[in-house]
Ligand binder design. Structure first.
Ligand code: NI
Length: 227
């Protein structure tokens, strides 16, 4: 399941992030890539653990913590501290699948990447190209979203970034280990949660069917989730 989450960051928060990012020291992006993607990667990244990356990464994690739809869709157990990349004219990434395991350098913090996320930090009209192209069983999906919006997709999906032909594409990217590792189960829980909320808004929380379906949601979560 691929999901677009609008306005995870407000335009004001995006502007604050960009002020810090645009003044930061960027390095060649290959240092952070898997062997597979490094062959086809051209971009710049903020060094992992740099002051700027930490400050903005914390703000993004706070915003995600307040986002009910993110929680419902990702059922996050662990979120990798957000990383940042910047693509200028001619930069792009060839088709690859992200590494399954990610260790935070110099720490014991390790996650299994169930979901990949990209948070857009440049408005789409400020650059040409730079589309995130994601393959799933239903074909190719393209994401080039407003600044502050996030796209969430299974980390198992082959994806690429079409070359930037004008301007600069700035984004944050990170991975999520979900309490529910299977994408199909996670998608079912997301749909059920959405439907229960729709029904409870119509009938009230004490409606017998709403109570029963809420119980089913939690019992499925109990069967499928690790905490
Ligand atoms: Ni990737």
């Amino acid at each position: 399941m691929m999901l677009h989450l609008p306005a995870v960051l407000s335009k004001q928060q995006v502007a604050q992030c960009r002020e810090v990012l645009d003044a930061a020291q960027w390095v060649d992006g290959n240092t952070n890539s898997s062997a597979q993607s490094a062959q086809a990667t051209r971009n710049q990244q903020l060094p992992e653990g740099s002051t700027a990356a930490r400050a903005i990464g914390d703000a993004i994690q706070d915003a995600l913590g307040r986002n009910a739809r993110f929680f419902s869709a990702a059922l996050p157990l662990k979120v990798f501290p957000p990383l940042f990349n910047r693509y200028s004219r001619g930069d792009g990434v060839g088709t690859h699948v992200d590494n399954a395991m990610r260790q935070l350098r110099g720490t014991n913090f390790r996650i299994r990447s169930d979901l990949s996320a990209t948070l857009f930090l440049a408005e789409p009209d400020t650059y040409d190209g730079g589309e995130l192209c994601i393959e799933d069983t239903y074909g190719m999906h393209r994401a080039k979203l407003p600044a502050g919006d996030l796209v969430l997709y299974p980390a198992s999906s082959p994806h690429r970034l079409s070359p930037v032909t004008r301007g600069v594409r700035v984004a944050s990217f990170f991975w999520i280990e979900s309490m529910v590792r299977d994408d199909g189960r996670r998608a079912t829980l997301f749909q059920l949660d959405h439907d229960v909320q729709t029904l409870s808004a119509q009938r009230g929380l004490n409606d017998a069917t709403v109570v029963s379906l809420t119980g089913i949601y939690h019992n499925l979560l109990r069967r499928w989730a690790d905490a």
